[in-house]
Design a binder for this molecule. Structure first.
Ligand code: URA
Ligand code: SF4
Length: 196
């Protein structure tokens, strides 16, 4: 990481990372290759569902095909430094959706990441992230594109939901809305600044 990227990065992020690297609070720790802690530092936090195959092998979030799509779009739009993480930090077998118990066991790390980083915006990628952050489920069509204010422990954050990049790979027609949402996220953070 370059000196500018790490400037101002709070120590608590490294502490969370260390805890994730040693975690065995749920059965996924027995079947993972590597745990995948969040990485980066910046005003925006992106939250996915759980590591996939490539992420499990590398121990880094969003480094596979869906990750490439996400990272390419972020670069195109002009996002500077971002923090990228997942609701669940270890890969579920065959990329199945994480079970409720796994989400519950792992969610404290996400809450700590939010309260430590204090991002100006959290972007929830897909249903699992939206449910974990908003506390309710609804069709993606209703959830996406809106900014909601959410209380996480004693921190307040803005959450914007959009599609998971893997959903874009399966259904190309969603790309337009995905990019629209990412541009909205960009303007909220880099053009309007802090709303509270
Ligand atoms: N999908 C996710 O939800 N997270 C990753 O890190 C990679 C793919
Ligand atoms: Fe720990 Fe989360 Fe991995 Fe389960 S998924 S072992 S709670 S880091």
């Amino acid at each position: 990481m370059s000196p500018t990227q790490s400037q101002g990065k709070p120590e608590c992020l490294d502490e969370i990372r260390e805890k994730v690297l040693e975690c065995c609070k749920c059965p996924l720790c027995k079947v993972r290759t590597k745990p995948v802690p969040g990485e980066g530092y910046g005003k925006v936090m992106f939250v996915g569902e759980a590591p996939g195959r490539e992420e499990d092998l590398e121990g880094r979030p969003f480094v596979g095909r869906a990750g490439k799509l996400l990272r390419d779009k972020l670069k195109e739009i002009g996002f500077e430094d971002v923090y990228i993480t997942n609701v669940v930090k270890c890969r579920p077998p065959n990329n199945r959706t994480p079970h409720k118990e796994e989400v519950e066991a792992c969610k404290p790390y996400l809450e700590e990441e939010i309260c430590c980083l204090k991002p100006e915006l959290v972007v929830a990628l897909g249903k699992t992230a939206a449910k974990a952050l908003l506390g309710f489920e609804a069709p993606m069509k209703e959830l996406r594109g809106k900014v909601r204010v959410v209380k996480v422990r004693d921190c307040t954050v803005r959450v914007l939901v959009t599609y998971h990049p893997a959903a874009i790979l399966r259904k190309k027609s969603l790309l337009k809305e995905f990019v629209f949402d990412l541009k909205k996220a960009y303007s909220l953070v880099y053009k309007q600044g802090k709303l509270f």
